[in-house]
Design a protein around this ligand. Structure first.
Ligand code: GLV
Ligand code: MG
Length: 296
């Protein structure tokens, strides 16, 4: 199993103080942002700072599993190529592309990365892509976007841009995005990539964040973006199997092995019928726990 991405945190590329603080953030991915958290007049500065900070963030703190990515501006801004030319360098795990509209956008990005990798001393095809699914067109084509390049590691749902594109209001409860938000993990699964949920913007409300993240996990999301470091612990915990889940999965697998050895194809455990899909789910959970490194 690929190293999972449970948590990602945005750090604006033009803010030296925040980049410095990000060295100690406990996120699976630090996402240096050149897109919507950076004002237009600061785009050039942010690009230069991202170049400088990616290797620093890669090596400084955060544990072995930490990866650093850069979110670049969408292709229609005309900024993307110059940003990639600047930030593609050793230490970069990949690039996230805002406001993807089509398969062609991902293929264009793939081509730009392929052109830049050799001169940067990176292995061909090694940089990963996370496209943002945040327009009606992208939601509709999400599976094809997930499959548009072998570089795609996950697709991300962006509720703010999506509601903008639809011309609708954004609410705290999120009813207005319930359907597209549920579609993205299904498309991701069909395309065999991860699914990353939109950030939760009320960063001073940990209980509401926990509810929101749990809902996302139940829908099939494999991780979630943070916009504030205080959100990371809850996100990491929510997208990691709990000790109870691991314990139960181990019991299922053990009971199943014993039943199989006795020539039976189903069994009862704690008053529940256990059959093949339940066992597979338990095995997948143990594999995820193992990949996160907490199976102990
Ligand atoms: C994130 O980029 C969003 O638009 O919600
Ligand atoms: Mg967005």
């Amino acid at each position: 199993m690929m190293q999972p991405i449970r948590s990602l945190i945005f750090v604006p590329g033009n803010r030296a103080g925040m980049l410095e603080r990000a060295r100690s953030f406990d996120a699976d991915v630090i996402m240096v942002d050149l897109e919507d958290s950076v004002p237009l007049g600061e785009k050039g500065n942010a690009r230069d700072m991202a170049r400088e900070w990616v290797p620093v963030l890669r090596d400084g703190g955060g544990g072995a599993g930490r990866r650093v990515m850069v979110r670049v501006n969408s292709l229609d801004t005309g900024l993307t190529r110059a940003e990639l030319e600047r930030v593609v360098a050793p230490g970069l795990y990949g690039v996230s592309l805002g406001k993807v509209e089509s398969v062609r956008d991902v293929r264009t990005l793939d081509g730009l990365l392929s052109a830049l990798e050799p001169a940067a001393g990176l292995e061909a095809g090694s940089l990963r892509i996370i496209p943002w699914i945040e327009t009606a067109k992208a939601v509709w084509d999400a599976r094809a976007i997930a499959e548009a390049s072998p570089r795609v590691a996950a697709i991300a749902f962006g509720a703010e841009d999506f509601t903008n594109d639809m011309g609708i209001e954004r609410s705290d409860g999120g009813d207005e995005v319930a359907v597209p938000r549920a579609m993205v993990p299904v498309a991701a699964r069909a395309g065999e990539v991860g699914a990353l949920d939109s950030p939760f913007v009320r960063f001073r409300d940990p209980d509401a964040l926990r509810d929101d993240a749990r809902r996302a996990r139940r829908m099939g999301y494999t991780g979630k973006f943070a916009i504030h470091p205080a959100q990371l612990e809850i996100i990491n915990e929510t997208f990691s199997p709990s000790a109870e889940e691991i314990e139960y999965a181990r019991r299922v697998v053990e009971a199943w092995d014993a039943a199989e050895a006795a020539g039976r194809g189903s069994l009862a455990l704690d008053g529940r019928m256990i059959d093949v899909p339940v066992v597979k789910r338990a095995q997948n959970l143990l594999a995820l726990a193992d990949a996160i490194g907490q199976a102990g």
